[in-house]
Design a protein around this ligand. Structure first.
Ligand code: APR
Length: 321
């Protein structure tokens, strides 16, 4: 089963190919981001019958009716005694751009978001690359420059250190910046690829590359264009990676979402698997998201502060070095 990236609408279709519809809906988007028609569901998911026009509504419609929705909404946590990372054996951190925001990496949506300034239709989809690969590379070299100037933050380090213990800790990230690996996390599933890897658009060969900027744009083997090995709008996610993420999330006992707007599918579907598997679910985000109802605990604040709270004074996790 292949899964294309798209922003929360709920019908099948194409992504960059549907620009005119996308544009008309984006104007009224509650998140201020781009809207792309074209939802694909995994085989275990119910496919809604129609496209809905609000991103928030779409995200809700994409979820099966759930007992937890009828249950009283858990309170946003202020001062509290738990949960604490040390009390769980199988932990999944599900991270988005907010995870790296305090490192200085811009998020995609909201104030200062990349998609506010740059049109993804010109820079982050295969059609754009086919039209003008040099322009797309210019944008990605700009992003390389931004990320290269950033270092992992305390939140990344807490997650990495939690993984050095007996508990099985997996990072399922939408981020392409590589900061989880840089902070020492080992068990990482990068749903949307990595900015520091390239792939030949013709022969498919891949290459790690930390140059900033990347100047070699033609494959030495076949002469095709190198493209960033990241998942653009309308691209398919790697099936094995997504499958592993679902498995791990289904069987974890603590699921912590950090800094994602929960509007980009199929990643935005993943918390459903944590709910089905009965994990305790924690959402870390200063703001409510369309997925907030899926969580048992809401930690409303920046990632570093809220992960510090989950670490609960544990000196091993909080070592600032
Ligand atoms: N701590 C925690 N969360 C934060 C912080 C912070 N310091 N700052 C911002 N956030 C939250 C915002 O409230 C928002 O909900 O992080 C979220 C960032 O949302 P997006 O910019 O939409 O990023 P993300 O959810 O990762 O986007 C998903 O969209 O364009 C695609 O492929 C791209 O992987 C990306 C996907």
């Amino acid at each position: 089963m292949l899964h294309r990236v798209h922003v929360g609408s709920t019908s099948g279709g194409d992504s960059c190919a549907g620009h005119s519809r996308a544009r008309s809906r984006a104007a009224t988007s509650p998140i201020g981001g781009a809207t792309i028609p074209g939802v694909r569901y995994g085989s275990s998911q119910r496919a809604p019958a129609k496209i809905v026009t609000s991103i928030a509504a779409a995200a809700i419609m994409a979820r099966p009716a759930s007992p937890s929705r009828a249950a009283p909404r858990p309170a946003t946590i202020g001062a509290m005694s738990g949960p604490h990372l040390r009390d769980f054996n199988r932990i999944v951190f599900f991270t988005g751009a907010g995870m790296s925001a305090e490192s200085g990496v811009p998020t995609y949506r909201g104030a200062g978001g990349i998609w506010k300034e740059y049109d993804y239709r010109r820079y982050a989809c295969q059609d754009a690359f086919n039209r003008d690969p040099a322009a797309v590379w210019e944008f990605h070299n700009y992003r390389r420059r931004l990320v290269a100037a950033c270092a992992p933050n305390l939140g990344h380090r807490i997650i990495a250190r939690a993984g050095q213990r007996e508990a099985r800790v997996t990072v399922v990230t939408q981020n392409i910046d590589g900061l989880h690996a840089l902070s020492g996390s080992r068990d990482i599933l990068e749903l949307h690829g990595n900015l520091w890897r390239v792939r030949c658009d013709t022969c498919g060969v891949k290459q790690q590359d930390s140059h900033e900027p990347r100047e070699q744009l033609r494959c030495d083997g076949c002469g095709g264009w190198w493209r960033p090995d990241i998942v653009w709008f309308g691209d398919f996610l790697d099936d094995a990676t997504l499958h592993s993420a679902k498995q791990l999330i289904s069987s974890c006992d603590l699921f912590v979402s950090v800094g994602t707007s929960a509007v980009v599918y199929p990643a935005a579907q993943l918390p459903e698997y944590a709910r089905a598997g009965k994990a305790l679910r924690v959402e870390i985000n200063p703001d409510e998201t369309p997925a907030s109802d899926l969580y048992d605990v809401h930690l409303r604040g920046p990632a570093t502060e809220m992960l510090t709270r989950l670490a609960d004074g544990d000196p091993h996790l909080l070592d600032p070095a």
